[in-house]
Write a protein that binds this ligand. Sequence first.
Ligand code: CTP
Length: 446
Amino acid sequence: MIKVITYGTYDLLHQGHINLLRRAKSLGDYLIVGVTSDSFDRGRGKLNVRNNVLERVEAVKATGYADEVIIEDYIGQKIDDIQKYDVDIFAIGNDWEGKFDYLNEYCKVVYLPRTEGISSTMLREESQEVYRLGIIGSGRIAHRFVPETKVVNGVEVKAVFNPDAKESKCFAIKHGIEAYSDFDSFIHQVDIVYVASPHMTHYDYVKCCLLANKHVLCEIPFVLCKEQALELYRLAEERNLVLMEASKTAYCPAFGHIVTLVKSGIIGDVVDVKASLSKQVLPPTRELDPIQAGGAMNEHAPLCLMAIVRLLGVDWHDVSFHTKKENGVDIYTQGVINYPHATSSFTLGIGVKTEGNLVISGTKGYVYVPAPWWLTDFFEVRYEDQTKNKKFFYSYDGEGLRYEIQEFLSMIVNNRRSCYKLCRRESEAIAEIIGKYNNGENVTEI
Ligand code: CTP
């Protein structure tokens, strides 16, 4: 019996897939089809897949060509499968010509003709409404944001707003979009908004966008106190709009995996979370300007606090800070958040350099995420018995902003108003702790 194997995502199953499966089956007697898992696709940068793995498996089965369907979940699995299932022929469309020649060592490799004029990407693009996105602010993060939108289906950056006409024009020319220095004209040209303006302006801009009935993705720090966060989320809810904090690490696949592993008990009960983040800056810069809400806390606390509240929740019983200030901003702040059954701390620097890792300690082991943990692409679960240690590798594509953009679009398209990767309550808790620091509650200067 000749066994053939082929792989694919098979999203929105189309005639090209059916032709490929028919051709693959005709090469032998028994066809095994490997369908990619959702997490494997996300990990290799395929962010826009519409059907989940179960739907895609069902669609492949319904073609009647597959004798067996398996799930492809990791890089290198093809070599394992070919040996495990005693495969004779590996077949794939000729858009992959040459890419799988390395499998010749294990079986025969056949590149089959691809059907012209159709693909899942094409079908996704044809069927999806394209939202016009406007950016408020034209600083560093906004520049990095635009290219990241290009890998997400259903969104196109159309306009930028900056009250300084020269700055908005300069940004617009660079990215081929329209420039506005008048807010009302800008807001009428877009469907959804990314707020990336100076920290102190987030509250006002988010409010104006929500009042204009636009969905909003707001850069961190979302707002600088709990009251503002509560008010804005309430407003979004009343108007059935998406309001999302752009805490990029929260939406990246590797960080999500850390949270699910820890919650499933892989290191026992979590007793301590330590998150650090330091990026030294030189004057003159916004980060060192007290007028622009500079300082290590406002700048870096959102990501560290996000990790802590995602892992330990929002029901802490006390929070305290030790801080070193220079010229009106904190160049270093360490905070401690105590919970009934756990403790946590965060260490932030803009004028002090320190290690930027994340360590989650539990009763059975710990998770170590090396610096820069906020661009998570690798982590290790460690135990007393080192033979049980396990390393996890992921790709953190581009600037990593694509994951939050994809989540933002998915919430809008699917009419979801809350996101388990960073829920409203967690976002409010982050603003609350930043607010406590800015109010001087339990703050000791060193
Ligand atoms: N395929 C094909 N003809 C097409 C599209 C896909 O023969 N028009 C083949 C691919 O070469 C591969 C298999 O179908 O062997 C599964 O491909 P997949 O990547 O799932 O489909 P695409 O339509 O190419 O998906 P996407 O646009 O997301 O890349």
